[in-house]
Ligand binder design. Structure first.
Ligand code: DGY
Length: 324
């Protein structure tokens, strides 16, 4: 028997990450990439000293309460940790970490794809060509919205929000934002970003609104009917953060009623199986399946970052990305 810590890795990870895991730890891997039930998560954890989960696993208070005392850490393979009941982990003395920074570029790319896909009617365009519905071309055909030179609004100007803002500047967009702690003057200047003290102040300035804040009890349903009403008519909403930030009924009503031109979504309430059916049907919604961080480089970097955190924990040091 090895004396290396046993790490329960809940999903299949990139080869390079699993190789490092096997070199430095005694990992319990998931070669079939099975989605484990709560009972299976608890059962497999009986043999482990730490868990390396993804956002696909719900580590609720109930699950955490059933984890064995030997579990020292939950080292997430994700920047978001809304799938973990952090208070329950804390109470049990379990360290929780995440993987910030390394996925900002990839996620900002997807924010741009969502913006352009929504603005230029990509869902309709793809469907027309694929389903052989494309019969004609005319100046009135598939006319969308140009984003160049328009206003790009960010709620949650953290790591991803700032990269997305920089990319939007590449389209000569004017950046507007709100954030709990205002950026310093140099960062604001570098981004050419205008600060608004409240979400309500920001919304009327957004031709495109991009959400980049974490899902917390405070941000749940943040984009609701009252706030959507404050956006300019014909605005576009982009969400690459978490579905929970949006009140689906309100967004769908605004998309159906013409208040909003379009939405570009990578994340959803109830994902993956139970998303609002209107998102599958509406032509003015451009949809992706939560792939913000899905590039080889980023997924490897996320895995290494989770392992850096575990290395620190098992060496008795403070992990760089501790959230609890
Ligand atoms: C994250 O890291 O939070 C991404 O959404 C993938 O889980």
């Amino acid at each position: 028997m090895s004396d290396k810590p046993v790490i329960f890795v809940t999903r299949k990870l990139p080869e390079a990450v699993e190789a490092r895991l096997s070199r430095d730890y005694d990992p319990i891997l998931n070669p079939d990439d099975k989605l484990y039930s709560a009972d299976e998560l608890v059962e497999i954890s009986e043999r482990a000293d730490a868990i390396l989960p993804c956002h696909s696993e719900q580590l609720t208070a109930e699950v955490i309460g059933r984890l064995p005392a030997r579990i020292k850490a939950i080292a997430n393979f994700s920047v978001g940790y809304d799938h973990v009941d952090v208070a329950a982990a804390k109470q049990k003395g379990i360290i929780v970490t995440n993987t910030p920074d390394v996925l900002s570029d990839a996620t900002a790319e997807i924010a741009m794809l969502c913006m352009l896909g929504a603005a230029r009617r990509a869902s309709e365009g793809v469907r027309l060509v694929r389903e052989s519905g494309w019969k004609d071309w005319s100046p009135a055909f598939m006319v969308g919205r140009q984003v160049t030179g328009k206003r790009f609004g960010v709620i949650g100007m953290g790591r991803v929000g700032q990269v997305a803002a920089r990319r939007a500047r590449g389209f000569d967009m004017d950046v507007h934002y709100t954030k709990r702690a205002r950026l310093d003057a140099a960062s604001e200047e570098a981004l050419g970003a205008t600060y608004h003290e409240t979400i309500e102040d920001l919304l009327p300035q957004c031709d495109v609104l991009s959400l980049h804040c974490p899902a917390t009890p405070e941000t749940k349903g943040l984009l609701n009917a009252e706030r959507i009403a404050l956006l300019p008519d014909g605005a576009i909403v982009v969400n690459t953060a978490r579905g929970a930030l949006i009140d689906d009924e309100a967004l769908i009503a605004a998309l159906k009623g013409g208040k909003l031109a379009a939405a570009g979504l990578d994340v959803y309430n109830g994902e993956p199986r139970d998303i609002h059916p209107a998102y599958r049907e509406l032509d003015n919604v451009f949809t992706l399946p939560h792939i913000g961080s899905a590039t080889d480089e980023t997924r490897i970097a996320m895995g290494y970052r989770a392992l850096d955190n575990l290395d620190a924990i098992f060496a008795g040091r403070e992990p760089g990305d501790r959230v609890a």
